[in-house]
Design a protein around this ligand. Structure first.
Ligand SMILES: [Zn+2]
Ligand SMILES: [Zn+2]
Length: 151
């Protein structure tokens, strides 16, 4: 998935609106696809495909990893899902919730902080002024040290 971040986000907040979005695009609602959505709704931070296949550590039924990846790709193509890269690990997936999120990640302890894009608009404005560069931090977060690790 490379162009998926150019797909407009399709914010959904519950299973009914997610399923309605699938139906409106003529996409089949398979049990596997529904389970991926359930996992994303249940997770409180972005999760890996492995965690979804693992049923979020036993909270949900387990599923086949390859099918989880395929379904995440499909959901991402229509804008329901976004992924973010944290360091060297696999991508982590989240629903494109109401409002986009950008991320800060600690290089030492791995803590991930989601922020609203407007909170980073000052940084964006400085980068634009200095380099003519329009920075986005939703796909690759800002990496550095969190307040705890900095001290
Ligand atoms: Zn830290
Ligand atoms: Zn990516």
């Amino acid at each position: 998935m490379t162009a998926s971040h150019l797909t407009p986000a399709l914010p959904v907040s519950d299973m009914d609106s997610a399923l309605a979005a699938l139906r409106s695009r003529g996409l089949r609602i398979s049990a596997a696809r529904r389970l991926v959505l359930e996992s994303l709704l249940a997770a409180d931070s972005p999760v890996t495909a492995e965690q979804i296949a693992d049923g979020l550590g036993g909270r949900l039924p387990r599923s086949d990893l390859a099918s989880v990846y395929r379904n995440l790709d499909t959901l991402e193509e229509i804008g329901l899902v976004r992924h973010v890269h944290l360091g060297h690990g696999p991508g982590r997936y989240a629903l494109a919730s109401a409002g986009e999120r950008e991320y800060l990640v600690c290089d030492r302890c791995g803590v991930l902080r989601a922020v609203e894009p407007r909170e980073l608009d000052g940084v964006r404005a400085q980068l634009r002024a200095a380099f003519g560069f329009e920075a986005r931090f939703e796909h690759f977060p800002i990496v550095g040290l969190c307040a705890n690790c900095r001290d």
